[in-house]
Design a protein around this ligand. Structure first.
Ligand code: NAI
Length: 809
């Protein structure tokens, strides 16, 4: 028996294990064997696999390996249930969600212990973080169900949602997916991760207890093959996935062209940036939360520690001291900081990446004590002397391994922070709020925590930039992922294939630049009677197409109207380069952008007659309808000029002492392939909201009727639009769309064209996982405001960054 003095000196804790008795009782009740949960009841699967407790490698239970046939049954059940569920009032759905929240709270201890046994994460975390957040998510979304018809007026559910979740936060990821889907009126087929299906099975039981109508929530267990069957099922209207970037990319390709809505929450390599004026003791605790929370198996783990050089050694010393005092062991022990790694394969992955880092010359430090050997444990690890381009700094380790690098200036910190293909989260530590709020918008990440880390709430959207995926979970943004405009389904479909331009050599061939310019200028007016061949518009200048080819443009009666430049891959590259140079547009004041848009409208008005004539001669429409298109185009320009300084962010009501700022940020460079019809109005209806929100655009106008867009060059030139903000490449829309989709510097791509083109765009965009907005051949009416303008466009032109700033002493 140690003396009190000895206890105070060593600060040794006695074991404080949470009892697993009633988890055992629950498992025994099911004979430690589980089937799938389909249409409101458990059904036995064909083959089974074992689930282990990673803390002691003991087998906990066996669960079923879902087949395609079982996925089909579940999708059918969900499809049938959808017909009823969608007709319930928001209030009725809210009651079910509320009942789930209450039931989760009532069974919180059972859930927490079960999750710990299944996943290996400390009971402190499941008890205090995972399960309370699950309940919070269902409460919050009970609210969205209640309010949906008012807040999301004219929007409706999608249908059956296929949801595939990972093993790191099994029940929390379930809640993040199931709650918004049900609140919006969808039904669900969920596939939990193969390592951690048990809390989802318990959740299924809860849905039975609260009387959720059969088929609204279905659960099929299994591994990646089961997930694949769900992704491929034609009865699924949406796939929501959280997991590795690799699988996310496969799912992007597999769902291409299917019309399935997709949200991807993928990997990360999030920076944890510490400035020299930060409160270093708080920083140390922050690091513990950032990288040792859940054994570092967190998509938004602060795995890259970026420290200002002046304090690096002090920080390392403090960190090593803290690491020496962390406790790794039985996750059911309430005094444990770090639990077990989820599975042998994950432990091996961590070990091999650590060895790789050592081989590459980084310095590895681990505490002096050894981890228990009976389970899957790995010690907290700190790497210093890490090369920013090395494996450790670039690859997601998904384990308790922290990789430290230093910087000198804030600009260098931002550069290092963004030196990753990912963009999920970032944490900034400084006592200088001005500095923090200057850095936060500069880091490409969906969530930025100031002087805090790994804080989550249902009211605040969560999701990534770049290869961390697209779409948000939580908040209003999260609800939109499960809704679509009611009128969308009834849109007519365009004929396939679209217009294919035929190449002809020479574009003003043989003429000097001045001569060709004057020819173009003269040809602006039909009365000049001179054939015209407008060039491309890149970086604020007219540019010859790289190919030197043009293509003939005819009116609907087959009369030759002129030649348009046939842009190619090189022209798109040049346009993207020009757009990249226009980066300051995003940072310019919204007031300035608004003024320029108003000015565009004014200059359009001056030339209204000319544009009307152009539409009449090129498109063969009546003078009346051409006039209407021009009038609406001018009004729409006013409309987006008006929105420019009014599409604000929000301050979310998160239940902590902080403000959570939701800021809509532009994507950066946005590719837009415009509709074939209404060549002026369709073009402006897409390009203007993108530009209003601060994006630089590479636009491909209607190939059949390109001149309404090329006539805009002079309007833009005379409206003070900075060079490179709008770039226009005429030519074969499909070919150019493919180049845009494959271009790694384009963050988002809109394709308002054919069905097959939409499929191609979604598939080819998988490279950098760019966010796409495609119409699958459906044709909008550009005169109908509900289809042609509004927040939908502004939402697609931006992505939300949530910045958490705590307050108080
Ligand atoms: P994973 O991406 O393979 O698995 C996630 C989920 O997708 C699981 O339910 C799995 O069964 C399912 N799945 C796998 N292949 C599929 C396919 N082709 N089609 C449909 N569903 C499929 O992740 P895994 O193998 O569990 O972990 C590998 C690495 O991924 C980790 O080391 C970590 O780096 C990263 N990861 C990232 C997560 C995140 O939250 N960002 C979560 C889990 C893993």
């Amino acid at each position: 028996m140690p003396t009190v003095k000895e206890i105070f000196e060593t600060m040794e804790y006695g074991p404080a294990p949470e009892s697993s008795d009633f988890v055992d009782a629950w498992l025994e009740k099911h004979g430690r064997k589980f089937g799938h949960f389909i249409n409101g009841r458990f059904v036995e699967g064909n083959s089974t696999f074992e689930v282990i407790n990673p803390a002691n490698k003991a087998v906990i239970a066996s669960v079923s390996e879902g087949t395609s046939a079982e996925i089909d049954q579940a999708v059918q059940a969900a499809g049938a249930a959808f017909e009823h569920w969608r007709t319930l009032s928001g209030h009725q759905r809210a009651r079910y969600l509320y009942a789930i929240a209450r039931q989760v709270q009532k069974h919180s201890r059972l859930f927490a212990v079960l999750e710990t046994i299944d996943n290996g994460k400390p009971i402190r975390e499941t008890r205090d973080i995972d399960i309370p957040l699950v309940a919070r998510h269902f409460y919050h979304h009970a609210g969205w169900a209640q309010l949906a018809s008012e807040v999301f007026e004219d929007y409706g559910p999608l249908g059956v949602c296929g949801q595939i979740i990972p093993w790191n936060f099994p029940l929390l990821m379930l809640a993040w997916k199931v709650a918004p889907a049900l609140a919006a009126g969808n039904t669900v087929v969920l596939k939990p991760a193969e390592f951690t299906p048990l809390s989802a099975l318990l959740f299924a039981e809860i849905t039975q207890q609260i009387g959720l109508p059969a088929g609204v929530f279905n659960l099929v267990t299994g591994d990646g093959r089961t997930g694949e069957a769900l992704v491929e099922h034609p009865g699924v209207a949406k796939i929501a996935f959280t997991g590795s970037t690799e699988v996310g990319r496969i799912i992007r390709q597999k769902t291409a062209g299917s019309g399935k809505k997709l949200s991807l929450e993928l990997g990360g390599k999030s920076p944890f940036v510490v400035f020299e004026d930060a409160d270093l003791d708080s920083v140390v605790e922050g690091v513990v939360d950032a990288i040792w929370f859940n054994q570092g198996q967190v998509c938004c783990a602060g795995s890259r520690l970026l420290i200002q050089e002046s304090i690096a050694e002090t920080m390392y010393a403090k960190l090593r001291n803290r690491m020496e005092n962390l406790r790794v062991g039985n996750p059911l022990d309430k005094a444990i900081d770090i639990g077990a790694i989820v599975a042998p394969v994950q432990l091996q992955k961590i070990e091999s990446l650590v060895q790789q880092g050592i081989k590459e010359g980084a310095s590895c430090w681990q505490p002096g004590w050894a981890v228990p050997t009976e389970g899957l444990f790995y010690p907290p690890t700190l790497f210093t002397n890490v090369e920013p381009a090395g494996t450790l700094a670039q690859v997601e380790i998904f384990g308790p391994v922290l990789v430290a690098m230093t910087f000198r200036t804030p600009a260098e910190a931002v550069e290092l922070a963004n030196n990753t293909p990912y963009g999920l989260a970032a944490s900034i530590w400084t006592e200088n709020v001005n500095l923090a709020l200057d850095i936060a918008p500069k880091i490409k990440a969906g969530v930025v925590w100031v002087n805090c880390t790994n804080v989550f709430d249902a009211a605040s959207g969560f999701g990534g930039y770049r290869e961390s995926g697209f779409g948000r979970e939580g908040g209003a943004e999260g609800m939109y992922e499960y809704l679509r405009p009611n009128w969308e389904q009834d849109l007519p479909e365009a004929e396939e294939p679209g217009f294919v331009p035929r190449a002809e050599p020479g574009i003003n061939a043989g003429l000097s630049d001045e001569a060709s310019q004057s020819l173009n200028d003269g040809a602006k007016s039909e009365s000049a009677g001179i054939d015209r061949t407008p060039k491309l518009y890149i970086g604020g200048k007219q540019a010859r197409p790289d190919s030197g080819y043009s293509y003939p443009v005819f009116d609907p009666a087959g009369k030759h109207r002129g030649e348009a430049g046939l842009g190619n891959r090189k022209d798109i590259r040049n346009a993207v380069e020009a757009a990249a140079k226009a980066g300051s547009w995003a940072k310019s004041a919204a007031h300035l952008r608004a003024q320029i848009l108003f000015y565009i409208a004014e200059n359009l008005q001056v030339r209204a007659r000319e544009f009307t004539d152009r539409l009449v001669t090129d498109c063969g429409c009546s003078a009346e309808s051409a006039e209407r298109e021009v009038t609406v185009a001018i009004e729409r320009t006013f409309y987006y000029a008006s929105w420019t300084d009014k599409y604000d962010g929000r301050v979310h009501q998160t239940p902590f002492r902080n403000v959570t700022l939701a800021m809509p940020e532009p994507w950066g460079i946005l590719g837009i392939v415009c509709p074939e019809t209404n060549p002026l109005l369709g073009f402006l209806s897409l390009v203007l909201p993108a530009v209003a929100m601060g994006n630089a655009v590479v636009a491909v106008p209607s190939a059949r009727y390109p001149f309404a867009a090329t006539d805009l060059y002079q309007v833009f030139d005379t409206s003070d639009l900075p060079a490179g903000v709008i770039n226009i490449v005429t030519g074969n829309q499909l070919e150019l769309a493919k180049v845009l989709a494959q271009h790694l510097e384009i963050a988002a791509l809109w394709f308002f064209g054919s069905k097959s083109g939409s499929e191609m765009v979604e598939r080819e965009s998988a490279g950098n996982l760019k966010a796409t907005w495609v119409t699958h051949g459906k044709v909008r009416d550009w005169f109908t405001p509900e289809q042609a303008q509004g927040e939908e466009f502004l939402r697609h032109a931006t992505q939300i960054k949530n910045i958490w700033v705590p307050y108080g002493e």
